[in-house]
Design a protein around this ligand. Structure first.
Ligand code: TEU
Ligand code: CA
Length: 530
């Protein structure tokens, strides 16, 4: 497909490396484990692998607290392991995307160690240090994403430093050009080693208000919400100057061929679009988390697809995400029947799909006993349902004691509740969710209309969501029933087609015209005839 780039027509698969495959029997996944499982990803038919952070880290936030941007944590292996993995990924014709965490470092990073020594340290201004307020308290009212003040007092120099996440994750000062240059060098380190792109962690956080003004109170705050929501994040993120910083990062990638810059951004559609940048010089793909955050309602989702498509800047490439390591598992949220509908939706929408490991076998939230909680957010704001561990449990390869993930008890519990919720069982069963994913990925590769074709909205009612995808002579109608009763959809006069793929196993080749019945939980890919 030479008219589009790999990150436009391809599918991205996210691996949380602690939980994909353990190769050395310590109960924690590693790079060599990922390499051993590549045949699975090739069989499945994804095009690119994004690996969550594996850099040296004290693991206060499981790798999102980086102590060295240019190495591999011994838990995950070595740089040699990385090179082997990268070589095998590329040999298979796949691409490799790394997770880049530029907003903050670990408090053990040598830069921060040096920064905290004295107020005159050459690295002092690499972080965000401020004097206490007149009453001795924190410099402003900003709240950490994981609860509590976002400021930590440091006895040694009598100042506070800012941390949008844990106190073990001090924020870098991206207004300082030295910080930018150092981080650009880290990008080049991996680009030179052959990585094909980056998913940039909390990219909308990089620049804060120059005067660090207080955030306004959120009048809609309710006590069951995270503490962060007490305030509106008006001054602590999404500042206009961030776009210049992103354009500079993008320019570093442009020194190389066909690399991709993906931004992790939790913002409403209209603010998200700014992250494509002026003249599309920002992120290639500002992550679109709409499906993760919306009620599973056909009318609602229809609206948000239209809204998103309409809001895209000219030439901006869309993308869709169904799950990640911070969110509850999609199959848990929707149940097994709608998880199939969701798969069909993700892989037929216009735009690059990102798939979270395990979602293709319908992994659900795994209960975590209190004594095994790992997530620092749950430890900081316990009992409110924020624990991210249930969506980060070991990949379920088979039915053995440690689900084929490890030879020992893994770092998080494994799920044994369903005997067919694993790769081995679902590979054998043509009606499984895994086989549906595989078939969808195959179809998407075969039929250009489904990957790069136009999106054309179709009017439908009730629980039915419908749209068309078109490219040259190829035309598909996608019809999904997001509800639990049968609905009818009237095809326009003269329109006919045949079923290519069905969530409920309806015969491929079935001819359709006139009024079609769509049972509960059905999803159809219909090829239209002219
Ligand atoms: O997540 C950023 C982020 O905003 C989430 O923590 C979000 O607040 C939460 O999941 C609710 O939607 C990124 C990483 O993906 C996450 O794992 C890290 O903990 C965080 O940044 C800090 O690096
Ligand atoms: Ca291991």
């Amino acid at each position: 497909m030479s008219d589009t780039l790999w990150w436009q027509h391809g599918t991205i698969y996210q691996i949380y490396p602690r939980s994909f495959q353990d190769s050395n029997g310590d109960g924690i996944g590693d790079l060599e484990g990922i390499r051993q499982r590549l045949p699975y990803l090739i069989w499945l038919g994804v095009d690119a692998v994004w690996i969550s952070p594996f850099y040296p880290s004290p693991m206060a936030d499981f790798g999102y607290d980086v102590a060295d941007y240019c190495d591999v944590d011994p838990i995950f292996g070595t740089l040699e392991d990385f090179d082997r993995l990268s070589a095998d990924i590329h040999k298979a014709g796949m691409k490799l995307i790394l997770d880049f965490v530029p907003n903050h470092t670990s408090d053990r990073h040598p830069w921060f160690q040096e920064s905290r020594i004295s107020r005159d340290s050459p690295k002092r201004d690499w972080y965000i240090w401020r004097d206490p307020a007149p009453d001795g308290g924190p410099p402003n009212n900003w709240i950490s994403n994981f609860g509590g003040s976002a400021w930590q007092f440091d006895e040694a120099t009598g100042q506070y430093y800012y941390h949008a996440f844990l106190k073990e994750q001090p924020d870098l000062n991206w207004r300082n050009p030295e910080v930018r240059w150092a981080m650009h060098d880290a990008l080049r380190f991996w680009l030179d080693r052959g990585v094909d792109g980056f998913r940039v962690d909390v990219i909308w956080h990089l620049i804060k208000d120059a005067d660090l003004r207080d955030n306004p109170i959120n009048p809609a705050y309710e006590p069951h919400q995270r503490e962060l929501n007490r305030l509106l994040e008006v001054h602590s993120c999404d500042q206009p100057e961030v776009h210049e910083v992103i354009a500079e990062m993008r320019a570093v990638l442009e020194e190389y061929d066909e690399r991709v810059l993906i931004g992790e951004i939790y913002l409403p559609i209209e603010r998200l679009m700014a992250y494509y940048g002026d003249d599309l010089k920002g992120a290639h793909l500002p992550f679109n988390f709409q499906l993760l955050q919306s009620a599973w309602d056909a009318r609602h989702i229809d609206n948000l697809i239209r809204e998103y498509e309409t809001a895209l800047p000219e030439g901006g490439w869309p993308n869709w995400v169904l799950g990640n390591h911070d969110q509850a598992r999609i199959a848990d949220r929707l149940g097994p029947a709608q998880a199939r509908v969701a798969a069909l939706l993700l892989l037929t929408l216009r735009g690059t799909p990102t798939l979270y490991y395990g979602d293709e076998i319908g992994m659900v939230q795994v209960p975590i006993p209190p004594e095994r909680v790992q997530d620092p957010w749950e430890k900081n704001e316990p009992g409110l349902g924020f624990n991210r561990d249930p969506a980060r449990t070991p990949m379920q390869w088979d039915e053995s004691a440690h689900v084929g993930f490890s030879t020992v008890e893994p770092w998080l519990p494994v799920d044994h509740r369903e005997s067919n919720r694993n790769v081995a069982a679902q590979k054998q069963d043509r009606s499984s969710l895994l086989c549906l994913y595989k078939r969808l990925l195959e179809l998407r590769r075969e039929r250009k209309a489904l990957s790069i074709g136009r999106y054309v909205p179709v009017t439908a009612e009730g629980d039915i969501l419908a749209f068309r995808r078109e490219h040259d002579e190829e035309r598909f109608l996608i019809v999904l029933n997001l509800g639990s009763t049968t609905h009818r959809l009237m095809l326009d006069e003269g329109v006919r087609g045949h079923v290519v793929l069905s969530c409920l196993g309806r015969e491929a080749g079935d001819e359709l015209s006139g009024t079609i019945e769509i049972p509960a939980n059905e999803g159809l890919v219909v090829e239209l005839a002219d």
